[in-house]
Design a protein around this ligand. Structure first.
Ligand SMILES: Cc1cc2nc3c(=O)[nH]c(=O)nc-3n(C[C@H](O)[C@H](O)[C@H](O)COP(=O)(O)OP(=O)(O)OC[C@H]3O[C@@H](n4cnc5c(N)ncnc54)[C@H](O)[C@@H]3O)c2cc1C
Length: 455
């Protein structure tokens, strides 16, 4: 046990995971969450209902003893099931290697499991309904507003970690007084998202392939669907706000019905409430946040979406935020309670990675909504999958990002983009992967090591 107290602001995914990791090291942890306790009150977990959990996230859950439990709750997704406009479908595996797949997990279920695990430690106190208003860097105090009682509350500790999401109050305080020259950029994608639902069939049957991430790519917009354990699918429509086929224009039941009939007739048959859901459900915005520095001396640090919110198209925001917590732990190992050293080295190591996954996530939107329907891209994915089977040291960009936590995101991006250019060039000249010379391609792709120094 150490006598040091860590305040964690935000009891979402990364905050509750971090509370466990720090409690295991003997710190006294106080976790403050704006919302009520989701295990007692029926509240939405916010944002998406389910998430794609992959190896970086699983590694973090393993570190807190939750991997096995969570793996029983998830629905594995072995690849993308692409639904083209003519009604045909094709399956694009994420990898042909054993055990390389991603998982659809309930955000609420995962958050509840993490909170319950955190509360198993006697050195963790969790406060709900506590909205952080600001951090006062002169006094080293964090100010809260109790959403239930309306009362104010002030807390202090040896250090403060802001895990309060993309609209972080801790970040706001850093920007407005905590840090003298704070770099901050927020970009909204011109597209937003809306959640829809495919209900379970009779007896809880899955109406479409259970073990796939479904995509209806339509170039300018797309619909995706991830299975829930109860047989339903949570679908998300990503689409521009503007234009004829845009959220702002689809403002009557008639327009929405015509839109679904023309663009997603097959999915529409499975979504009996899609028009009502479209009209009633909110349209979510998709910001990317980049900022720096992430810390104020040893007083406070930002982690997860608070430091680097990204668009969801690589399914990595949560995975990356979980990985943040593991990387931070390494520096706690190294520097004990020298928070300033911990935070500054953590930030320098982590920033290139989080910038890279932000950019990859952005680029992957085009891949999902358009390239998945492109025949050259389809051949390329087949070729990559075969290459992974034949050569254990070859990993596609997708595999490096999703299944290779030992490869930092910025290396996965640099190497993956370099590989993609070569593979797309090869695939643009062939009609089938039977035509390729695997050994020649492998030798070409392995040259990256020599080029490594260029990046
Ligand atoms: C549509 C969509 C789909 C996504 N899909 C995926 C996916 O498939 N895979 C993936 O890995 N990631 C996905 N993400 C990203 C993922 O949701 C985030 O990256 C992840 O939730 C970040 O975790 P966090 O703990 O940093 O923030 P959050 O999960 O947002 O948690 C922040 C917490 O802080 C609380 N809070 C906020 N403000 C305050 C305050 N002032 N005081 C106190 N508490 C506060 C909030 O209530 C919340 O509990 C998706 C995101 C979206 C929007």
């Amino acid at each position: 046990m150490t006598s040091q107290k860590i305040l964690i602001v935000g009891g979402g995914l990364s905050g509750s995971l971090l509370a466990i990791l720090m409690a295991k090291r003997g710190f006294e942890v106080e976790l403050f969450e704006r919302r009520p306790d989701m295990r007692k009150e029926n509240i939405s977990a916010g944002k998406s209902i389910n998430l794609a959990l992959s190896d970086r996230g699983l590694r973090a859950l393993k570190a807190v003893g939750l991997e096995e439990y969570i793996l029983q709750e998830v629905v594995p997704m072995f690849g993308r099931q692409v639904h083209l406009k003519d009604g045909t479908t094709n399956f694009q595996p994420y990898s042909l290697r054993q055990g390389k797949y991603i998982n659809s997990v309930s955000r609420g279920g995962l958050n509840k499991a993490l909170l319950s695990k955190a509360e198993e430690y006697s050195n963790v106190k969790v406060y709900f309904d506590m909205r952080c208003v600001k951090m006062d860097y002169q006094r080293n105090e964090v100010h809260f507003h109790n959403e239930k009682t309306g009362e104010s509350f002030v807390a202090s500790g040896n250090t403060v970690i802001g895990t309060d999401g993309s609209a972080s109050a801790i970040r706001d305080s850093m920007q407005h007084g905590g840090v003298r020259r704070f770099d901050f950029a927020q970009y909204y994608l011109e597209h937003g998202y809306k959640e829809l639902m495919i209900p379970a069939g009779e007896n809880g049957n899955f109406e479409i392939e259970k073990n796939a991430l479904h995509i209806w790519p339509r170039h300018d917009f797309m619909l995706i669907g991830l299975a829930n354990a109860d047989g339903s699918f949570t679908c998300t429509l990503f689409m521009s706000y503007n234009g004829e086929q845009g959220f702002d224009n689809l403002n009557s039941k008639e327009k929405v019905e015509n839109f679904f009939k023309s663009e997603f007739p097959d999915a529409m048959k499975l979504m009996p409430t899609c028009i009502e859901d479209f009209m009633n459900n909110p349209t979510g915005a998709l910001p990317t946040v980049k900022c720096f520095p992430w810390h104020v001396e040893g007083k406070s640090l930002l982690i997860g979406d608070a430091a680097h919110a990204i668009v969801p198209f690589y399914g990595q925001g949560m995975n990356c935020s979980f990985e943040d917590c593991l990387v931070l732990e390494k520096f706690v190992d190294k520097y004990d309670t020298d928070w300033e050293k911990i935070y500054s080295e953590y930030s320098l190591v982590r920033k290139p990675s989080t910038d890279a996954i932000a950019d990859l996530a952005h680029e992957n939107y085009l891949e999902m909504r358009s390239s998945t329907a492109n025949p050259v891209f389809t051949i390329k994915r087949k070729l990559e999958a075969e290459m992974e089977l034949k050569y254990p040291d070859f990993n596609s960009k997708y595999s490096m990002v999703s299944f290779s936590p030992e490869i930092p995101y910025h290396i996965a991006k640099a190497r993956g983009e370099w590989q993609d250019n070569i593979l797309m060039e090869i695939c643009s000249k062939i009609n089938s992967i039977d035509e390729v010379n695997y050994e020649e391609i492998y030798q070409r792709l392995m040259k990256w090591d020599e080029q490594d120094s260029k990046f």
